[in-house]
Design a protein around this ligand. Structure first.
Ligand code: PMP
Ligand code: GLU
Length: 390
């Protein structure tokens, strides 16, 4: 038995189940097995050509050295412009920090903002990395269980009831992973009102802002008023909107004091994200945006198809997603917990889904439809046949 002692906070965190199921499915496919994977929230489209060309050009031009810790000035500037033009947020380029993915931005923010003894409110179901990041910081996640009959949306009353003198922040994710909830403007106004009244910071994870259905509107909590913006930290990235998951580029914008702290942290950990990749990100924001429309049309078609089929299965209930690319059907009527359901489904039908347990809902499983229509059709055949045979 090794005597190696791992740092206590790190030792207690489990590996990411989303990434785990994804790599298991990929390994099975590589080994020649037929697997229909609904695992990763990773768009199947290639990164648009003009973005790749910009990064290749940067490489050719010798942009292969360290960039400033917080990101290329040109990228911080186009991000600041984007936040103003699209989100109604008034952040100077100096208030923007570019990191290695929105995940990295969230990690940095939580490490810099939260302390031992403090609490961070997490509407549940939640994206599984939030709670682990909070625990690593020494703070505690406080789960607010949103009700399925409220379409899994946290009400302002539920939010307020969870606030204590130790509450530092809330993580607010709309459109959401794992369920595609989109909060309306008036719902967001009420949540922001509660946060401001209690001095609670809002970490707004807007990574799915471009993935909206049925004419839904994306509202950035920080855009509601100048007071709101002071209490909001806005997180976004390039992975989902521009199909750039492997580029590892995300960012946040927030109060100068937090920017300073994150800059110091990032300066001692990753330094800046990859320099030539950042030129691709500049092209993503400055270049033509029709790629977003094309991908949006494909996602809307997949969402309608998957929701209609899944919700028609006897014994399954499912909230209709208003955004992102996930459905989270309730499978509890079959008498299996989410991990057993997912494991048995993979073994029996070669269909990979992510169990709901690590998202805080053991009665559900998550299907990502960021995959081809053919994968969706065949995978759903497998899901239906699995359920029929239970
Ligand atoms: N937030 C949410 C809600 C997510 O689902 C993801 C998934 N990748 C991220 C943040 C992080 O994205 P990335 O690090 O690829 O920018
Ligand atoms: N966020 C995506 C998902 O939930 C990608 C994997 C991850 O980073 O968690 O599937």
């Amino acid at each position: 038995m090794s005597r190696l002692a791992i740092n206590k906070r790190i030792a207690s965190i489990p590996p990411s189940v989303t990434l785990g199921v994804t790599s298991k499915a990929k390994a099975m496919i590589a080994a020649g097995e037929t697997v229909y994977s609904f695992a990763a929230g990773e768009p199947d489209f290639d990164t648009p050509e003009h973005i790749k060309v910009a990064a290749v050009q940067a490489l050719t031009d010798g942009q292969t050295k360290y960039a400033p810790v917080t990101g290329l000035p040109a990228l911080r500037s186009v991000i600041s412009n984007k936040l103003k033009a699209e989100n109604g947020l008034d952040y100077a380029p100096e208030q923007v920090v570019v990191s290695c993915g929105a995940k990295h931005s969230l990690f940095n923010i939580i490490m810099a903002l939260c302390d031992e003894g403090e609490e961070v409110i997490v509407p549940t179901p939640y994206w599984l990395s939030y709670t682990e990041m909070i625990r690593v910081s020494g703070a505690s996640p406080v789960l607010v269980r949103a009700k399925q009959e409220n379409d899994f949306k946290m009400t302002p009353e539920e939010f307020e009831a969870a606030i204590t003198p130790n509450t530092k922040a809330i993580i607010f994710n709309s459109p959401s992973n794992p369920i595609g909830i989109v909060y309306t403007r008036s719902e967001i106004e009420k949540i922001v009102e509660v946060a401001l009244r209690h001095g609670v910071y809002i970490i707004a994870d807007e990574i799915y802002e471009k993935l909206l259905y049925d004419g839904a509107e994306h509202v950035s909590p920080g855009s509601l008023s100048a007071e709101a913006q002071e209490m909001v930290i806005t997180v976004n990235g390039f992975s989902k909107a521009y199909s750039m998951t492997g580029w590892r580029l995300g960012y946040f914008a927030g109060p100068q004091k937090l920017v300073k702290a994150v800059t110091a942290l990032q300066g001692h950990s990753t330094s800046s994200p990859t320099t030539f990749a950042q030129y691709g990100a500049v092209a993503a924001l400055e270049g033509p945006q029709d790629c977003l429309k094309e991908m949006g049309i494909a996602f809307a078609e997949r969402r309608n198809y998957i929701y209609n089929r899944v919700s028609a299965i006897d014994g399954v209930t499912c909230v209709k997603p208003g955004g992102a690319f996930y459905v989270l059907p309730d499978i509890s009527s079959f008498g299996l917990d989410s991990v057993s359901f997912a494991e048995q489904l993979l073994a029996a039908e070669g269909v990979a889904v992510v169990p709901g347990a690590p998202f805080g809902v053991d009665s559900n499983v998550r299907l990502s439809y960021a995959c081809s229509m053919e994968n969706i059709e065949k995978g759903l055949d497998g899901l239906e046949s699995f359920i029929k045979n239970l």
